[in-house]
Design a binder for this molecule. Sequence first.
Ligand SMILES: [Ca+2]
Ligand SMILES: [Ca+2]
Length: 345
Amino acid sequence: MQKIIGALLILLLSAGLAYWLTTDNQAPDIAEKTSEIEMPRECAVLADHDENMVWIEGGQFSMGSSDFYPDEGPIKDIEVEGFWIDRYEVSNAQFARFIDETGYITVAEQQLNPADYPDIPPDQLKPGSVVFIMPTHFSEGGSLTDWWRFIPGTNWREPLGPGSTIEGKENYPVVHVAHEDALAYAEWAGRELPTEAQWEYAARGGLENNIFAWGNEFRPEDKWRANTWQGMFPAFNEGEDGHLATAPVGCYPANNYGLHDMTGNVWEWVDDWYFPGHQEVDTSKLPHGYDPRQPHLPVKVIKGGSYLCAKNYCMRYRPSARHAQETTLGAAHIGFRTVRNKQKS
Ligand SMILES: [Ca+2]
Ligand SMILES: [Ca+2]
């Protein structure tokens, strides 16, 4: 009898323990942990860049959008020939190989010519780049300078300012590259920078009428699809997607064409001059693009948004979204990828 009571007690205790372990009170924790595990994942190992290009079949698509920022319109029918494009954003390791072989010095490492920048005090023309600094308070009507700071001595090797390093960040996207730096890398690699049409066509992954690269919604769980910003930009970065700043390339899932980080992580240079829309422009009058917010500066297009794009600010993690970037100015959230405009085989 005592043995039976003992066995019953053990059974009850086991059942109680099992119930306690699986009770609803525990479920959210377990679910959260599971989500953490499911979030990124395999990040790219970039042994050979050449093996990491994807062939994109040519075709027609509608570039732009009429539903978001005005510079995304008007929608334009575009025909694209087939081309190769990098599966990943160019990494620090890849960029380092280019620098080692060529001795190239990036724009952020060069002294700028004051004559080219009459509006900027000469003492601010030291070599350097701009870094995002999270504001300690959130002011209404703040300006861009509230969270971007030019820090002398910042460049692709020291991305957070003097003394910082890319050691251990070989698979992270290279940043603080000006447009000509990206172009120099592409030429060294025997490639080109994508046109805006190529980039957008590739980012859409054949799902051309969708708002996002994966569909028309950005549900809470879609945060796992791309490195963007969760929380109220610029003061609260919740990092629910696993990365507060840049992530190693390829951590987030590929789009329909097998390309990673076409949404978010870092903005990507393309080779088109920026104009505030897709309408035809007399480029003989404006040979270096035109951005009404910085009308005297040469501006090219950047695409895809970055880890700093949030729902409340920027919202440019969409294929049709675009932004103007002064060609000589890299930043902590801008990188690139290359294309090869040659036949498939
Ligand atoms: Ca993030
Ligand atoms: Ca990107």
